[in-house]
Design a protein around this ligand. Structure first.
Ligand code: SAM
Length: 229
């Protein structure tokens, strides 16, 4: 029994061409000795450049969300028991496969640099067992690859259900997939909603993605009896 977690539509992308010449991007490119277009867009450094994108810039450049969510997921007992599989899907349709035994950098800047290396080389590290690999893939393609028979999307727009009850449904499936949004504001696209089997809201409050990941995994652990001493 394995659970697959997909951090979906994550706010991760390379710096778009329109703002590659912006001073905030250029300054960071010089610091990192990199071509500006090989940098991952990052709100903490490119805030002023992202503003130039107008309304289309909202919520973009947040690799920290996927980072925190992954750290939470990979540190769980479920993952230690090798019963969790993690993917990052990005809003521009790349999929990062994360090895269960990956020890990710604790520091977000270092995680972001690892993503930059991934976009260039498709796999990190460049030698030995891959910790992460990247390919161009849609969420639909990923769900098909996983033979998902149940894809639950967690969203404030879903029908209210306690996470323990949602976990009870997940354990009944052969290949359950849990979708949590890797973005700071807004909602899943219609495409994602249509690809999911069910949509649930697990708290009356909007929560951060990593808190949702932590709760979802813990309740799933309880459903499969992993919480017993
Ligand atoms: C910061 S939220 C995204 C922004 C938006 N406020 C929202 O909650 O939909 C990141 C992700 O956490 C999950 N999430 C947050 N609050 C939730 C809730 N109350 N119930 C279910 N999922 C939630 C969703 O998967 C969401 O895409």
């Amino acid at each position: 029994l394995t659970l697959t977690l997909v951090i979906a539509e994550s706010s991760i992308e390379l710096v778009p061409n329109e703002i590659a010449g912006h001073s905030s991007v250029r300054a960071q490119a010089i610091r990192k000795r990199k071509d500006p277009r090989k940098l991952i867009l990052d709100q903490s450094y490119h805030h002023a450049a992202i503003l130039k994108l107008g309304s289309s810039g909202a919520g973009r450049g947040r690799p920290d969300i996927a980072h925190f969510s992954l750290l939470t997921a990979l540190g769980s007992p479920l993952n230690q028991e090798k019963r969790l599989q993690c993917f990052i899907h990005t809003f521009d349709n790349h999929v990062v496969t994360v090895d269960t035994s990956a020890r990710l950098p604790r520091n977000t800047d270092r995680f972001t640099s690892l993503l930059e290396q991934l976009y260039e080389e498709k796999v990190v590290p460049d030698r030995g067992r891959p910790l992460m690999s990247l390919k161009k893939q849609t969420l639909q393609g990923l769900l098909r690859q996983l033979s998902a028979d149940l894809a639950v999307a967690l969203t404030v727009n879903g029908s209210p259900k306690e996470m323990s009850a949602v976990a009870g449904e997940l354990v009944e499936a052969e290949n359950p997939v849990l979708l949590v949004g890797g973005f700071p504001t807004g909602h899943f696209s219609m495409d994602t909603v249509k690809l999911s089997t069910r949509q649930y809201r697990i708290d009356r409050r909007p929560l951060e993605a990593w808190s949702v990941v932590g709760r979802a995994i813990y309740d799933y652990e309880k459903s499969v009896g992993l919480d017993r001493f």
